[in-house]
Structures are given as C-alpha cells and as structure tokens.
Design a protein around this ligand. Structure first.
Ligand SMILES: *Cc1c(COP(=O)(O)O)cnc(C)c1O
Length: 361
C-alpha cells in the first residue's frame, strides 16, 4: 500500500481507518450476507446507521433539541436552490454577503427566487478579505443573512460572526463543517456538502432550527420541501446510503478522537505550519488573503512566477503530495487540509515548501 498526502479540495482525503473498515465490512456487513449498499434502506440494519449518522452530527455540534438534521442528495449546490425556495417565498427578502466563488453561486440562485440585499461585496478586493462582522446590520424585515463560512477557492474564512439580533444566519459551511466550534444559536440553517469534511460526495447535511422550519413555503414539490424531509427522517426517498454509512464511520472517529476540540486544534496546527513557512519566506511565497481571515482548511498561496508554481506542483506530486494546484479560476497553489488530513501531511508539505523556497528563492 502506498497512500500519498492528498491535498485535493473535494472529494478529498478520508481517514485511512474509515477506508479500511469500509473495505472490511463491504462484502458481508456484520453477518448479513450482503453489503450495506445492497440492502433495503428500510431494513433495521441500515436504519440504525442512518439514525446514528444524524445523531452524531447533533452530538458533535451539541445541537439543542429545536434543531433538526437532514441528509439530502444533490450536494450543497441543491441547497443554493432549496434555501431560498423554502425561506424566501411570499415576497420575503434576505441579506447576503458576496465573499467569493461559492457565495456568488448561492447569490445567483437566491436572486432568481426572491429579493436579496447585498450587505457586502468583495469583488473590488478580489475576494481576499471579509467584512468586519460588527459592521454588518441586517435589513429590516430580512428573513435571514446568508454567508459562506469558508470560501474553498479564495481561502477566506469567517473568524467571528455578525450580531444579527432576531435575524438568523444561514451558512454554507461546506468546507469547514465540523472543523471548529460555532455558536449554533446564531444560525437558523447550516448546510454543507459531505465531500470535504465528513465523507464521500453525493449529499449535503442540512441543519434547520424549528422556527425556520415552521416558516418554510407550503407550496413546494415533495423533494424540495424541508418539512417533508424532516418529517420523513431524511427517508423521503432512497437516501444516499453509501455516503451516509461512510459519514457515520467518519463522525464516530471524530467523536472518539475528541470531537470539535480535537478538530479545531488539528486545523490550527496544520494551517499554522503552512502560514509560518510563508511568513518565513515572504519574498517567495505570497498569501493573497488578508491576515485577519486566512482559512484553516484551504490555504492559498502564490509563488514568484507561474513557471515556479508549475514546477512546485509537479515536484510535490512526485514526492507524494497531490492536489496542490489552485482552482482553475484563480491559479496559484492551494493546500486543502480538512479534518482527515493528518498533521504529518502538513508537516511534510511545510518541509517541502521550505526546501523549495531555499532552492529557488
Ligand atoms: C464544494 C462546495 C460547494 C458545492 O458542493 P457540491 O456538493 O459539489 O454541490 C458549495 N459551497 C462550498 C463552500 C463548497 O466548498
């Protein structure tokens, strides 16, 4: 076996122990004579996994009883539609922060459904910074304020949350879900694609507070309605059983390792290692992101020339560190270091970065 360090932005590296357990259980799940992905989703065996996966999300985030967890197909992208369709009906309006490529997509879909007030637009600063949360005041009558907690492509991450009073925050947490503590009570709805921090692709975890659920549009078709999914315990239709099974294994391990305390500490360790190298070699590496909002899960950086960036990515790849090429829309380099990236992976990359800067700087 020859596992490399995979810095891909998503799908991304998963805990080795989870992959091994899934392999061992695949052909004959706990004496059932079939795999988990072959049996009825209404079977007792599957149902236990399904419910445990949702319970683990609740437990890890210490969600109060008035929050519901859903596991929905369609990824985070379907949530760009479902959020406004459920919550922006009947002429309601919401507030938005435009902080990068993912916020832009969420914003575009919301505008097709309802009225959107833009509270912050990072276009002029090329999305290298975030607003001071203290300056963000929701519009009167706003149904919610939408933000993207971590911009996976731009590498900016919210450190503090705006004080929005009675207006709930709705957050796309796809790329930093369960990587740190959050003040849950500020959020009316949280959604996250599974394939960054909790498992394989194919699903989003959606967390909704009871008052938001009560305010959802009654006029949507079956699959698009949050209340229908909550009422059905995320079994409205055949759920993405493999992704849910894998998520359960990932979250069990996270819980056993120490939950969000552990995740937050490890995210800080990994990202500090990389930002420290950039600081020590600041004439070679340039992090375009404002120091106040640098991401702990997607670390973006530039080298002096595009030629050197190409060489950096190729040499790293040859040394067993893959996926370091920046997103095609922005270029440069990016190290995605989600929960499953061992600190050792960041150490190995930091050593390589130091050597590369010394050699070429
Ligand atoms: C990856 C990502 C998405 C898209 O997720 P899909 O599951 O592919 O739809 C949305 N928002 C953010 C912040 C992401 O990182």
């Amino acid at each position: 076996m020859n596992r490399i360090f995979n810095f891909s932005a998503g799908p991304c590296t998963l805990p080795l122990g989870v992959l091994e357990q899934a392999r061992d259980e695949m052909v004959d799940y706990h004496g059932q004579g079939m795999s988990i992905i072959e049996m009825s989703h209404r079977s007792k065996t599957y149902e236990a996994i399904h419910n445990e996966a949702m319970s683990l999300v609740k437990e890890l985030l210490s969600l109060p009883d008035n929050y519901h967890v859903m596991m929905l197909g369609g990824g985070a992208t379907l949530q760009f539609s479902m959020v406004p369709m459920n919550l922006l009906h009947g002429g309601r309006s919401c507030d938005f922060t435009h902080t990068g490529a993912w916020a832009k997509k969420a914003l575009a879909d919301s505008k097709k459904v309802g009225k959107v007030n833009l509270l912050f637009d990072g276009t002029d600063s090329s999305f290298t910074t975030l607003p001071d949360p203290a300056t963000l005041k929701p519009s009167s009558g706003s149904a919610y304020l939408h933000l993207t907690s971590n911009e996976t492509i731009g590498g900016v991450q919210w450190q503090d949350w705006p004080d929005t009073g009675d207006v709930p925050i709705v957050a796309d947490m796809s790329s930093d879900f369960l990587s740190r503590h959050i003040p849950v009570e500020k959020f009316g709805l949280i959604y996250a694609g599974a394939q960054k921090n909790v498992g394989p692709a194919g699903m989003a975890v959606v967390i909704i507070r009871q008052d938001m659920l009560d305010a959802c549009s009654p006029d949507l078709t079956n699959y698009l309605s949050y209340p229908n999914h909550v009422n059905a315990g995320s079994m409205l239709n055949t759920p993405p059983v493999f992704t849910i099974y894998m998520m359960k294994l990932v979250l069990e391990r996270l819980r056993d390792a120490g939950g969000l305390n552990f995740a937050e500490k490890a995210a800080k360790q990994r990202s500090d290692l990389l930002y420290d190298v950039m600081e020590s070699h600041s004439s070679f590496y340039n992090c375009p992101v404002d120091a106040s909002c640098r991401s702990r899960t997607n670390v973006v950086f530039r080298l002096p020339t595009e030629e050197l960036e190409k060489q950096f990515v190729a040499e790293a790849d040859a040394k067993g560190m893959s996926g370091l090429k920046g997103h095609r829309s922005v270029g440069g380099c990016r190290a995605s270091i989600y929960n499953a990236m061992p600190v050792e992976g960041a150490e190995t990359l930091a050593r390589f970065m130091t050597g590369f800067a010394k050699q070429h700087g």
